[in-house]
Design a protein around this ligand. Sequence first.
Ligand SMILES: [Zn+2]
Length: 68
Amino acid sequence: MWCKHNWVRIAVTYAPPTDGKVEGVNLAVFEKFYKGVTTILWECSLCKEIRKEEMLGKQVEGGSNETE
Ligand SMILES: [Zn+2]
């Protein structure tokens, strides 16, 4: 059955940039290390499907620790 999906954000994690040297990776991977990655987990409240979304940088909104 077709599900229209009603995505609900269930988790947000932020992996800060690494301070180590990153070599031998392509640009996309390098950017993840350099800028950090925010991973958001969405769950459909209707069919319970899980969707993962990755974004470069710190994309955590509404937080109390916006220091940058
Ligand atoms: Zn769904």
